[in-house]
Every structure is written in C-alpha cells, then in structure tokens.
Ligand binder design. Structure first.
Ligand SMILES: Nc1ncnc2c1ncn2[C@@H]1O[C@H](COP(=O)(O)OP(=O)(O)O)[C@@H](O)[C@H]1O
Ligand SMILES: [Mg+2]
Length: 229
C-alpha cells in the first residue's frame, strides 16, 4: 500500500527549490507530494532516485549527446511510445544511470497535476524473473502490485535485460509483458551488455528483435567508472 511520508532532507528538489527549509517547506508541498508518489511507486531504489552527475568520457561523447537529446524530448519520446536500448560490453559505465536519468526527467516534467497515477516503473530484469520463478511469489504483495502495473504505465526501464541467457520460462514471461506494452504503444528503455547478434541467442529471436531491432540503440564504450567519483 502506498503511504505518504514527508522528510524534507530527502526532497528531490532541495538543491533547486527556493522554498527549501522555509516555513512553507512542509508536508503539504504539492511538488513533494506528487514526486513522492511517482518515486515510491516506480520501484526505483532510494539510492537511484536522486540526481547523479555523469561525466562523458571522450569515446562516449556522441552517445552522451544523443542521450541528452532524448532526455530533452523525453515527454514526446514516452507519448509516442518509443523504445531505446542502452548497451555496452563494459560494466559500470552509465547504462543504468542514463536510463534512470531519463525516468527522473520524465517525472520532473509530468508531476504537476499527476495525482495518483503510476507513470513509470524501473524493473531489474534478473530480480524480476527470479521473483516470478521463485514466487510464484504471491506472498510478496508489493511485488505483485508492481507487476500488475507494468503493462499499463507510460514507460518501463528493463534494466539488465541482456545479461544472461534466458530459460524458456523466463523468456515467455518477459515476452508477454514486453509484447503487451509494445502493442499498446507504450515506451520502453532497456539496458544490457550484449551489443551484437549474440543477443539473439541470449534472448530468443522475438524478444531480441524487440530490444535490438525495434529500438533505437545507443552503445557506450567507456570503461568502468564505479568508485571513480
Ligand atoms: N560517465 C560517468 N561519470 C561519472 N560517474 C559514472 C559514469 N558512468 C558511471 N558512473 C558511476 O558508476 C556507477 C555505475 O554506473 P551504472 O550506470 O550503474 O553502470 P552500468 O553501465 O553497469 O549500468 C554509478 O555510481 C555511476 O554514477
Ligand atoms: Mg546497470
């Protein structure tokens, strides 16, 4: 169940809001309320909810420019049901961070007057599939709620979709969700480590075709930045 709590220290806008820490910085702030709802229902881990500075390495300069363009037009991107695959052979070079940046920007632009509509969801694919397998997971109410919303929300991040080879069961599960979303004209942002045809072996033809052929593909080649900050 969604529950509203106010904690100004966790405000997503504290660095930019001129009302921060003023007498009207309190639990009735509409912007905080709307953002709290969007973030809480997105499945984004807390440590991914805040702005993160990414420095473009030289080899990825062009990719960063393209991602920045998509970010600028994120509302249109989502409304038109576009699909994007951010991929790299390397780990820790900003794939997930960029996908999350796009979702954050979407929330930034649509929060006003949103009310209680769930608009975007972050799915870590390996965890998602594990929970379905394991779960048969009906006891995990929060997960079931999230899962039920996946088909209907404006945009879903499928994080780490092409990481390992999928079993037939996983493949069928994933394909159902993604196909339904694509037929409904909903936007998807995938991230993964497979940058060439090997994705067809890993994901199977139909799913790979969604992720690889029917999406705009942006490849990063920079090296692991984890801990470089
Ligand atoms: N270009 C970059 N500049 C600064 N930090 C970066 C950059 N790319 C990645 N990082 C940092 O490295 C860590 C891993 O990034 P992440 O986006 O999760 O990598 P992955 O490509 O494996 O999804 C994060 O803390 C992120 O902020
Ligand atoms: Mg990642």
């Amino acid at each position: 169940m969604y529950e509203y709590t106010f904690n100004r220290k966790n405000c997503w806008y504290k660095d930019v809001c001129d009302k921060y820490n003023s007498p009207i910085c309190k639990d009735s702030c509409i912007r905080y309320m709307e953002m709290h709802f969007l973030m809480s229902t997105s499945g984004l881990p807390k440590n991914r909810q805040y702005k993160q500075l990414l420095i473009p390495p030289e080899q990825d300069y062009q990719a960063f420019v393209e991602l920045q363009e998509i970010k600028k037009g994120i509302v249109g991107f989502v409304e038109d049901g576009h699909n994007l695959y951010i991929c790299s052979k390397n780990f820790g070079n900003g794939k997930t961070s960029w996908a999350v940046k796009l979702l954050q920007q979407y929330f930034n632009e649509i929060w006003a007057g949103n009310g209680f509509r769930v608009r975007g969801i972050f799915v870590n694919v390996p965890t998602f599939l594990f929970k379905i397998r394991d779960g048969i997971s009906n006891s995990d109410h929060e997960f079931e709620t999230l899962r039920a919303r996946i088909v209907g929300v404006d945009v879903v991040i499928w994080d780490d979709i092409a990481a390992t080879k999928l079993s037939d069961y996983d493949h069928a599960n994933l394909l159902t969700y993604i196909d339904q979303r694509i037929f409904a004209g909903k936007a998807n942002i995938y991230t993964g480590n497979l940058v060439d045809n090997s994705i067809f072996t890993a994901l199977g033809n139909r799913l790979a075709s969604r992720v690889y052929n029917e999406s705009r593909r942006i490849e990063l080649v920079g090296i692991d930045k984890r801990g470089a900050r």
